[in-house]
Design a protein around this ligand. Structure first.
Ligand SMILES: [Mg+2]
Ligand SMILES: [Zn+2]
Length: 192
């Protein structure tokens, strides 16, 4: 089973790369989001991504979408939501270089559902990222994917992140209020 690829242009030039979760990081976490009308950007996320892109960071979103495999919404509905995300980001001057998604049910043991590395492996067949690249997410699975892929894991308090922090499950990952704060830190050259 392979991950879905919404967008990923081949780019053999090694660049620093922000790997990003989508729900709860770029857009508000909505339970099994299936309607474009329900897409809301988290305040400041698009602007921060635009600043990162201007600093030549590559932006790659990795999102678990088990709602497809569970039959809660169709792949076409996911595409409609993703189109809306693209529109909202484009209105603020930023385009995600890559969007990969796992459409599978958790019981499928697919190998691409975070924290499994399938989406990172698919990305690695098309792009090269430099050391210092990071994984920003709001769940333990995002942090574990980052660790497994040799990326610096960063937790944001938006989405489910505050709950993860409160439960003490970040296991050494640095915690930021939101994506904008994490990106300020990354672009400042600071080590978490
Ligand atoms: Mg999330
Ligand atoms: Zn999968």
């Amino acid at each position: 089973m392979n991950p879905g690829i919404w967008r990923l242009a081949a780019d053999p030039c090694p660049r620093p790369t922000l790997f990003l979760d989508r729900d709860g990081v770029i857009i508000e976490d909505a339970h099994y989001l299936s309607s474009p009308a329900d897409v809301r950007l988290i305040q400041g996320s698009a602007e921060a991504l635009a600043v990162a892109a201007a600093a030549d960071w590559r932006l790659v979103c990795l999102t678990n979408q088990s709602g497809i495999g569970r039959g809660y919404y169709t792949e076409a509905q996911f595409h409609a939501v993703q189109t809306r995300v693209d529109e909202l980001l484009a209105a603020r001057g930023v385009v995600l270089d890559g969007v990969l998604y796992c459409p599978h049910d958790p019981d499928a043991a697919c190998g691409c559902r975070k924290p499994a590395l399938g989406m990172i492996e698919a990305a690695a067949s098309k792009i090269i990222w430099s050391s210092g690249s990071v994984m920003i997410g709001d769940k333990v699975a995002d942090l574990d994917l980052g660790r497994g892929a040799g990326l610096t894991p960063m937790l944001v308090r938006t989405g489910k992140g505050a709950d993860v922090e409160q439960a003490g499950l970040q296991r050494g990952a640095v915690v930021y209020d939101d994506l904008a704060a994490a990106i300020v830190h990354v672009l400042g050259g600071g080590r978490p």
